[in-house]
Design a protein around this ligand. Structure first.
Ligand SMILES: [Zn+2]
Length: 57
């Protein structure tokens, strides 16, 4: 897996997200060890209006 931003090495990592009343949901995504860019399908689906740490255009 290659980072789309810096083409660095991405590693599979476990993330946590909050669900309504189901408690904690953990899922796996990809994190770049070089720039810290995070790829995960859940965040892609529900893009929040807040500025993420990697949202810099
Ligand atoms: Zn990167």
């Amino acid at each position: 897996m290659q980072c789309v931003r810096c083409r660095g090495l991405m590693v599979k990592d476990q993330f946590y997200d909050m669900l309504d009343d189901s408690g904690r949901l953990s899922f796996y995504g990809w994190r770049c060890v070089c720039c810290g860019n995070v790829l995960d399908p859940l965040i892609w689906k529900n893009k929040r209006g807040r500025h993420a740490s990697s949202a810099h255009v």
